[in-house]
Ligand binder design. Structure first.
Ligand SMILES: Cc1cc2nc3c(=O)[nH]c(=O)nc-3n(C[C@H](O)[C@H](O)[C@H](O)COP(=O)(O)OP(=O)(O)OC[C@H]3O[C@@H](n4cnc5c(N)ncnc54)[C@H](O)[C@@H]3O)c2cc1C
Length: 297
């Protein structure tokens, strides 16, 4: 377990910019991210301030990473699978262990797309959920499936074991790819999926391409890594229109949780992500200093 003043999820422009401001205010900060984010697909950026010639997305993030490290920021490469509240702050579950912090900044970029499987949209809220920690309780004693093939799917399956009669991970034709340990009680089915079926407008099971049918009363979507929306939902942070809601200072409705960059629904541009990161970093720093002072008095 690692303890830090401020944990930041995301090592793209928003997360790194936030980290630079938190570190310069004299606090400990740990950034955890899977990869460099949206800029990995951007060869030439011509519209970011301060570069006479176009710069690659990778070079921009490498520069921000080096700058943050020089200021004492710890940067970890890991996947965050869940976030929760503890007595004096928050805990992140990651593929490399847990991190505890006074304040949390979410800078995870755009939420991922929904899987294009027939029935996904139709059964949302009628047996199909995106959050085990929020909805798992409603599936007490039922058979449920988790759709996904990585760490996040496994994390959601483990959450559901506390409630469900059985939990099956459905990889939809892919290998299970995870650093986490698979509990013996969780089944894995790798067959390609044809569609989600229902009875009386409620999920009744999964039809595989082979024609076989797996009866389940609940399906949890956990494709890819946990998105900002997944982490926010698990914490009770308000979201709207696929984005985390923040005030002008980057604060969410939950004291101690802040957000910046594409995950807030802002204009998806590096300049905006860097600006929002700076604001969230400053606001988080003020919050942490107050929280630490209160806990010591
Ligand atoms: C192809 C392309 C070209 C673009 N061109 C331009 C351009 O020319 N100019 C411009 O200004 N903008 C451009 N953009 C937009 C710009 O890339 C984004 O606005 C910016 O990167 C947003 O920064 P961010 O930090 O909010 O998110 P991102 O840069 O997407 O970073 C998200 C971070 O969160 C991490 N993360 C997400 N989930 C998890 C998890 N569960 N666990 C751990 N880490 C996680 C990711 O690994 C990553 O580190 C382009 C985007 C794309 C896709």
């Amino acid at each position: 377990m690692k303890k830090t003043d401020c944990a930041i999820v995301g090592k793209g422009p928003a997360g790194l910019s936030a980290a630079i401001y938190v570190a310069r205010s004299g606090l400990d900060v740990t950034v955890v991210g899977r990869d460099i984010g949206a800029l990995s697909g951007s060869d030439l950026i011509e519209n970011y301030f301060g570069f006479e010639e176009p710069v690659s997305g990778q070079a921009l993030v490498e520069g921000g990473t080096a700058q943050a490290k020089r200021l004492g920021v710890e940067i970890l490469t890991a996947e965050v699978t869940g976030a929760g509240m503890i007595d004096d702050g928050f805990q992140l579950n990651t593929s490399e262990g847990t991190i505890e912090c006074y304040a949390l900044i979410l800078a995870t970029g755009l939420p991922r797309k929904k899987p294009s499987i027939e029935g996904v949209k139709e059964y949302e809220g009628s047996g199909l959920s995106y959050c085990a920690i929020c909805d798992g309780f409603f599936y007490r004693g039922r058979d449920v499936a988790v759709l996904g093939n990585g760490n996040y799917a496994l994390h959601e399956a483990h959450e559901l074991m506390a409630y469900a009669a059985s939990v099956t991970i459905l990889t939809n034709g892919r290998d299970l790819s995870t650093d986490l340990k698979l509990d013996d009680k969780i089944s894995v089915n790798i067959d390609p999926i044809n569609r989600i079926e229902g009875v009386d407008d409620y999920v009744s099971g999964i039809r595989f391409s082979s024609g076989e049918f797996l009866p389940v009363q609940g399906i949890f979507i956990a494709e890819g890594a946990a998105s900002a929306l997944d982490l926010a939902n698990g914490l009770g942070v308000a979201t709207a229109m696929n984005a985390i809601e923040t005030d002008k200072d980057g604060a969410t409705n939950l004291p101690g949780v802040f957000a910046a960059g594409d995950c807030t629904g802002a204009l998806a541009q590096v300049a905006v992500a860097v600006g929002e990161g700076a604001i969230a970093g400053l606001t988080a720093s003020r919050y942490i200093k107050k929280a630490k002072a209160e806990s010591q008095s």
